[in-house]
Design a protein around this ligand. Structure first.
Ligand SMILES: C[S@@+](CC[C@H](N)C(=O)[O-])C[C@H]1O[C@@H](n2cnc3c(N)ncnc32)[C@H](O)[C@@H]1O
Length: 341
């Protein structure tokens, strides 16, 4: 980041630089501005007082509002402020920029502001009018049966539960229970699943007699091929187990979906096990239609929620047992679409 060559400036130029920063970000302390510009806090204090005395308009700071100067990322990395230009400082203060910097471990506010702009543009490309009322999110354990969701109120469940054998043995039965109750007649349950415990997964999901097995869709990730030592298999395939409640009468579906490449690992930005939004969008495009209610009861970092919003015209119900994951999803939705605050 470019540092201001403060030592080479005249007194008048220095004063102007300090005054400009004070006008852009009066909520920063004298010490923070001093550190940013490489001058003494006393000098900043003097100029602040002069400006106030001269009644130069220093913008009113609403103390009830969110205080970006106390953002945990900024407190952990005060060096971010050092040598910031006026434009970078404005970017740093912009809504959601510090959150994104924290998520990406970035020290560049302008890069993150640009990225946010691109993300929003991309996200809003196809999103059709969905309002805050069309998104319901809460923290809950699927083993409670999710009484928050009404009977026969959901058209498609897309869920990506943990793949380990213990989770398959203990959670998939609950997924089936919930799906049997909340799906409309003809609705679909799509469960993303690894190959290792597919036999148990199919058995557990089939335990609810309201559901019937429909198909296994191959979700192929050719660039991500972990070796499963215990089975001596290198795998590029995830399975999307497709169960329906009653008879499915939607479109004909091709059972092969290729996950888009993720060269910079951005799928994992919001969750350790984050999936590709574009990939889930492709799945939802095939199996849901406008007006449908989509549910992800183990939403993690919110890829399903974002995919459904980007697709447009779908309502969303999502939850996770992990309150932080729900918060992350809400923050992501707000960053991208401006609602679900
Ligand atoms: C593989 S991750 C989902 C990742 C998500 N698809 C994404 O793209 O970010 C599985 C999620 O299941 C959640 N989970 C695990 N046990 C759960 C339970 N009993 N009830 C609800 N959610 C649970 C975890 O907290 C985790 O967020």
């Amino acid at each position: 980041m470019r540092k201001q060559p403060i030592k080479q400036l005249t007194q008048a130029e220095k004063r102007k630089l300090i005054a400009d920063r004070l006008l852009v970000a009066p909520e920063l302390s004298d010490r923070q501005i001093a550190r940013m510009l490489g001058v003494s806090p006393t000098t900043v204090g003097k100029i602040r007082k002069e400006l106030t005395d001269k009644t130069v308009q220093i913008r009113h700071v609403d103390t009830q509002a969110y205080d970006w100067t106390k953002h945990p990322y900024l407190l952990a990395h005060p060096e971010i402020l050092e040598g910031l230009s006026e434009r970078s400082l404005r970017a740093l203060k912009a809504p959601d920029v510090l959150d994104l910097m924290q998520q990406r471990g970035s020290k560049s506010p302008r890069y993150c502001q640009r990225l946010l702009y691109q993300m929003r543009k991309q996200a809003n490309k196809n999103a059709s009018a969905v309002t805050e009322d069309d998104i319901i999110m809460f923290t809950a354990d699927i083993r409670t049966g999710l009484p928050q969701i009404k009977d026969a109120s959901v058209d498609v469940i897309f869920v990506d539960p943990p793949y380990d054998v213990k989770s398959v043995e203990t959670l998939y039965r609950h997924i089936a229970d919930v799906a049997g109750r909340i799906l409309v007649e003809g609705g679909s349950l799509l469960v993303m699943c690894g190959g290792a415990n597919l036999d148990i997964a199919i058995q557990e999901l089939g335990s609810d007699k309201r559901l019937r097995y429909n198909w296994d869709i191959a979700y192929v990730c050719p660039r991500n091929t972990p070796l499963i030592h215990s089975r001596k298999v290198t795998t590029a395939v995830k399975h999307i187990l497709w169960f329906t409640k009653g008879a499915y009468d939607g479109n004909i579906v091709y059972d092969y979906i290729e996950a888009p490449p993720d060269p910079d690992g951005s799928d994992k930005t919001y969750h350790h096990w984050g999936q590709s939004v574009a990939g889930i969008k492709e799945i939802l495009r095939k199996i849901s239609k406008e007006g449908d209610v989509i549910c992800d009861p183990m939403c993690g970092g919110g890829s399903t929620v974002v995919a459904a919003l980007e697709l447009g015209g779908r309502k969303i119900v999502a939850c996770d047992v992990d309150a932080d994951a729900v918060k992350t999803t809400l923050r992501r939705v707000r960053q991208l679409f401006g609602y679900a605050r």
